[in-house]
Design a protein around this ligand. Structure first.
Ligand code: FAD
Length: 385
């Protein structure tokens, strides 16, 4: 067992931190306030190679391990969770779906541009009436000669109004329920593809979240990813990997909030001494750091199992669950340590707290993670190593 980051990991972490401090931190409060989507910054992250760090080299990726991608997401989210989520969704969901399941032709066509940040991806599963119960989706893809025609509405889609490439789950055989769902690639600009109303959010206001409407969108039959009926199992696999990304996103938020709170506690004086001297504050900082470190351990393990090709679904769910709740808890405590200054927009604490909430909801709510963990334990026994 080795708990040390490799030299490559350290370098990724340092480069991302450097970039984020320089290119993101000075602007993120304004982006949040004005709901500005920083497309140029996402492109720069692509140019630096960070959108493809764990993707195969033959598509322009870095060929590194899963932890490397997690370090990128964590480092970005530490400064600006909106940028972190944009990149996590692009890499783990849309690019990841194409890399894992699409034909060589499609991988060659899409991945180099997606990895370089020239094209942005969106992954469309959720609908207005189907979230946790994703298999209840109503979007249909009907075969018409050598094409499929897709109709339906997708909800809460990250990068939904700014993406160039959409991976869309749709029902191709209503009788077969889960086994009747298939995945398709749809290009931006396809006739019938549009966005609904703008979705205003509690947090992550600089990330793009949109309704995506498919009105008889025709795609070549070859744009199906894998075979008919494989979309749901592909989705479960992608979500397993995505949860490692959301755990990293949550850890980044928690770490950013912790660092700000620790620095503030040393500076802020009350009763003639820094509040960091008060045991009440020290205990909060100690609990924050302990939970962050425990989240990392869960993430390391899930990432290591994934890279070894072993089952990692339960561990990824545990990492996502624990890291999300850590992010929420830590940011609430970070606001508390800042007192009144934590509650106002002059300091980043209230933004960290608003952003953290999504981690407990997106890519499977905390309740769904507990359901996955419990099902796995009851099915496979309790082999805690
Ligand atoms: C900012 C943002 C970005 C997102 N990005 C994407 C994206 O890129 N692509 C995409 O496809 N989706 C995306 N989503 C959607 C997200 O994955 C869903 O919101 C999430 O899966 C929950 O679904 P829901 O909102 O329909 O809630 P529901 O499923 O309606 O859940 C409501 C409540 O009921 C609970 N619940 C539901 N079923 C159970 C159960 N069986 N047992 C116990 N409790 C249960 C839930 O935990 C929750 O508390 C995004 C959402 C947000 C807010």
């Amino acid at each position: 067992m080795n708990f040390d980051l490799t030299e490559e990991h350290r370098q990724i972490r340092a480069t991302v931190a450097n970039f984020a401090e320089r290119e993101i931190k000075p602007h993120c409060a304004a982006w949040d306030r004005t709901e500005h989507f920083p497309r140029g910054v996402i492109e720069k992250i692509g140019e630096l190679g960070f959108l493809g760090v764990s993707f195969p080299e033959r598509f322009g990726g870095g060929g590194a391990d899963t932890l490397s991608q997690a370090l990128v997401v964590e480092g970005l989210s530490r400064c600006d969770a909106s940028v972190g989520l944009t990149c996590a969704a692009h890499m783990s969901l849309s690019s990841g779906h194409i890399a894992n399941f699409a034909s060589d032709e499609h991988r060659d066509r899409y991945l180099p541009d997606m990895i370089a940040g020239r094209k942005l991806g969106a992954w469309c599963l959720t609908e207005p009436n189907s979230g946790s119960d994703a298999a209840a989706m109503r979007t249909r893809a009907v075969r018409a000669g050598d094409r499929y025609k897709i109709s339906g509405t997708k909800m809460f889609i990250t990068n939904g109004s700014v993406a160039d490439v959409y991976v869309v789950m749709a029902v191709t055989d209503a009788e077969s329920r889960k086994a009747g769902i298939s995945a398709f690639i749809v290009d931006r600009g396809a006739p019938g593809l549009s966005n609904g109303r703008k979705i205003e959010k509690l947090g992550l206001r600089a990330s793009d979240t949109a309704e995506v409407i498919f009105d008889n969108v025709a795609v070549p039959a070859g744009n199906m990813i894998g075979n008919a009926g494989e979309g749901y199992t592909q989705t479960l696999r992608i979500l397993e990997g995505g949860r490692i990304g959301i755990a990293a996103f949550a850890i980044g938020i928690a770490r950013g909030a912790f660092e700000e709170a620790a620095a503030y506690a040393k500076e802020r004086r009350q009763f003639g001494r820094p509040i960091a001297d008060l045991q009440a504050i020290q205990w909060m900082l100690a609990d924050m750091a302990t939970r962050i470190e425990a989240s990392w351990m869960l993430l390391y393990r899930a990432a290591a199992l994934k890279d070894k090709g072993r089952p990692f679904g339960r561990q990824a769910a545990m990492a996502k669950l624990y890291a999300s709740e850590t992010a929420m808890w830590t940011t609430i405590k970070a606001v508390q340590i800042h007192g009144g200054y934590g509650y106002v927009t002059d300091f980043p604490m209230e933004r960290y707290m608003r952003d953290a909430k999504l981690a407990e909801i997106g890519e499977g709510t905390s309740e769904v993670q507990r359901m996955i963990i419990a099902k796995s334990l009851l099915r496979e026994g309790y082999p805690l190593e």
